[in-house]
Design a protein. Sequence first.
Length: 754
Amino acid sequence: MQYVILLALVLAELSALALAVALAFGLAGDSRAKHACYTGAVVAGIIVLVLNYAGIRGLLRRLHDALFANAPSETIRYLFFLRYPLLCLTLLVSLPWLATKTMPRLLDSLFSVSSFDLFWIGTLCGLNSWSIMVVMELVVMYGPYRFGGEGLRLRPGWLRWLAPMRHVLYALLGVPIVFTSCNRVDYPGWGIFWAVVGFLCAFLILLLTAWQREQVVSAGTEPSHLLVNGSWFRRRWNADEDEQQPDAPKPFVLLLRFLGPGYYDDQRQQPQPGHLLALCLLLALGCLYVLIGFAFRPSGGFGDVFPALGYLLVVLLLLVWALPAASFFFDRWRVPVVPALFVTVLATYGAANTDHFYQTRAAPADRVVSLSPTEALDAWLEVRPESSHRMAVVALSGGGIAAAAWGAEVLTGLEGELGRPFTESLHVLCGASGGSVAMIHYLDGFHAQRPRSPDELERIRRAASHSTLAALTWGVAYPDLWRLMAPPVMSWFPYQDRGWALQEAWRSLLRYPDATLHTIRRQIRNGTVPVPLFDATVVDTGRQFVISPVDVHRAGGNRFRACQSFFGEYPERDLDLVTAARLSATFPWVSPICRASRDSGGVGWHIADAAYFDNYGTVSLIEWLNTVLPRYTRLVPRPKLLFIRITIRELQFAGALEKEKPGWTYTLYGPLTTLLATGATSQLARNDHMLEALLERWADRGEVDIEVVDFPLRIEAPLSWQLTPESLAEIRSRWADEVSRGEQWKKVQQFYGR
């Protein structure tokens, strides 16, 4: 009966895993990988059935008996008990394939590393590989005490051959990651050198762990051979000595005794010695984990020295220990591990009432109290008496770091080519998601009457395209992981999460990192800075959330009526510009949905990415124009308006028919795919109608001369917050090509009389 239960659990976990992976591959568009997952799950299920009920006959039986000295049914049981170490092993080996073949736009940039990054990657690959080895050996060694039966036993011949080589064999698990990373560096030879040094550093940690264990046990305890030969570190050991009680920490002994068989030896009245070695290794890894987290934190640390792939390997290292430890405990009672952990996390989350927050500031006492859209227009016109007839407005679309880099490339390119005529004519910028990140970098040090030097413009381009993926993955490996594991602890640090880490990385790249909405508000009142509109979405109401230094909620009439705004909700508060960009760029699952800090007053609305409502920055920009154009046309007869749209894709309806979609599988994720596709096309249709209405209202009647120009990127850039060198070169080349022979650039030149 116990084998039937084990079989059901194996099939259930295989089915859940296959479904999750197949869904991910289906959404990523890789049908071959998706079908491979289904096939693998079916084949695994058939193998389990055959092994369990047919008793392993013929060739399979002979192969099994050549490897193992135990019964086939026992091997089946231990395939289940070892499922999580095997899963981590598979993930470690297959990560390069997953990143480069199935989801390249999301994961491929992880492998864009420097030569020295290979040191950390090699170290963590080695620690992951050898941790998997230790965990598997612990399960095999103490499984009979915990679960009964004869256990999993290799033939003595295999043991004699594998034991001295197991470190080398397990180290090979990290080779695919190291090899893929080495292929991306400029000097592969140096990459290999640092990777080897990293593996040696990982082995040094194993030696340190073995030494640590041998120092805390009594002389009569046999040296451990689980990691390395423990007798190397013994000053004195005699097999004829009376065996003594190990000098393990009392709390550790009491804990293992409470956990029961497999942890504590009741006959010898002492903990199983392998767990003491595991404790020593965990202490060493814990020290390394804390050291990495503190030294390479985004704010105040050396964030650019540690690679994003390293943080992913840190998370995997924690999973290598946590999941097998949980399964070793729960499998005794056949309790599914993932549901048990899920219920535990939900319980602690509910008890701690933990949420994600963004921090607001108290509004300064000397703030500009009133600044409506028309007042901002009057301030803009006041300092431009000779060039007031020409206005430029810009909409920047979302799209991760590609949108940020492309937006900064176009804006700095326009300023570099046109100079003061462009900066003086620039009246408003509206950004969504990654486009908002381009805005904060472009506005950093902006002055309408003083165009910046080529070196300063290049600094802006580098800052906007600079990788912040390492900061993001730091946030996943540290505050967000602790938020999941121990929510009460993170209630003391309510603002720290992966979104906070992302915004702090952006802040470190700015010349004026402490700029706030009220800082820009004062500059807008002086007419020296264009109006920024950061778009976002209110999760609770589904309405657009506009973050701007201007009181858009005081636009009057029907303008901005369908949106909520930061100053409309929190009139006595202030907000950093980097936080405004972070809220606009709350990319699904990458940056967490969050709400205003509890001291903000008002309703704590949850704020999500702008792309849910408008991924193109068009709606708010048209609302702004419809608000200010009546006054603008009264003060300036027949002005000229340049409407610039900066996107990473063409603004047109296009798509390709996806083939080979099996009916029942496509039914599973088809509704989600449809929702995502229709969301994008409905935004395009709405924005086109709004732009047509704007042209009919003002241009067709001859009140304003409006020129619309589009600058699409037209390349498949990464969606993560790290650009590959190839993608960055394509972005630079795309703008150079536009300036040399682009039709849209010619329209811009004609607008400025060039």
